[in-house]
Ligand binder design. Structure first.
Ligand code: GLN
Length: 194
């Protein structure tokens, strides 16, 4: 299996290192030709407005949308989740709209810009160590989107932080910055599911 990481900005190298440690080949994706070759696409954490702006400049928005809609499995983390989503509350920025969720950026507020927690995940026997860095959370989840993990939000309402819609998997935290490779294994297991 060839794993590609969208390499416009952000921590794409960390994603590729995990895929390689799992025995998969990895390439950095910046062109339509590279996008055509991969069996799985990772969209890293970083700055979603920058990723969106560069993807627009590199003419990658439509090709990404098309390939993902046609079933290319994709795993986005943090800024990657925002880029995959349908909309962002209170802002307009380039997004792929292939994941039926509305996200709120930097949702955890300044005082807890970054934190770590043990997060129970549906289908995994032990919690994952989740690293949140100026993270978004998901405000609205479409009916065809499965919530795999959530955290308590304001007023006690749970906010989704790990979701899956078909072969689109997205986390508002950074599994690529930990030793725990179970979510990358989950992403790799989507290859062949579409
Ligand atoms: N706050 C960033 C954004 O809005 C995401 C942060 C991250 O990827 N760690 O794009």
């Amino acid at each position: 299996m060839l794993a590609g990481a969208l390499a416009l900005q952000g921590d794409f190298r960390e994603h590729l290192a995990i895929m390689e440690s799992l025995g998969h080949r990895g390439i950095e994706v910046r062109t339509i030709e590279e996008l055509e070759r991969v069996d799985l696409l990772l969209i890293p954490g970083g700055e979603s407005t920058t990723i969106g702006r560069l993807a627009t400049e590199y003419d990658l928005i439509e090709p990404l949308r098309e390939r993902i809609t046609e079933g290319l499995p994709v795993f986005g983390t943090c800024a990657g989740l925002i880029f995959l989503a349908a909309a962002t509350t209170g802002a307009d920025q380039p997004q792929l709209g292939v994941l039926d969720v509305v996200v709120a950026r930097n949702a955890f507020g300044r005082q807890v810009d970054s934190f770590e927690t043990d997060l129970p995940v549906a289908g995994l026997d032990r919690p994952v160590r989740a690293v949140f860095i100026r993270a978004p959370w998901i405000e609205k989840v479409g009916s065809n989107v499965e919530t795999l993990a959530s955290v308590p939000g304001p007023g006690g309402t749970a906010r989704a932080v790990l979701v899956r819609q078909g072969t689109v998997l997205a986390a508002s935290f950074h599994p690529e910055l930990t030793e725990d490779d179970r979510l990358h294994r989950m992403a790799a297991a989507m290859v062949g599911d579409s």
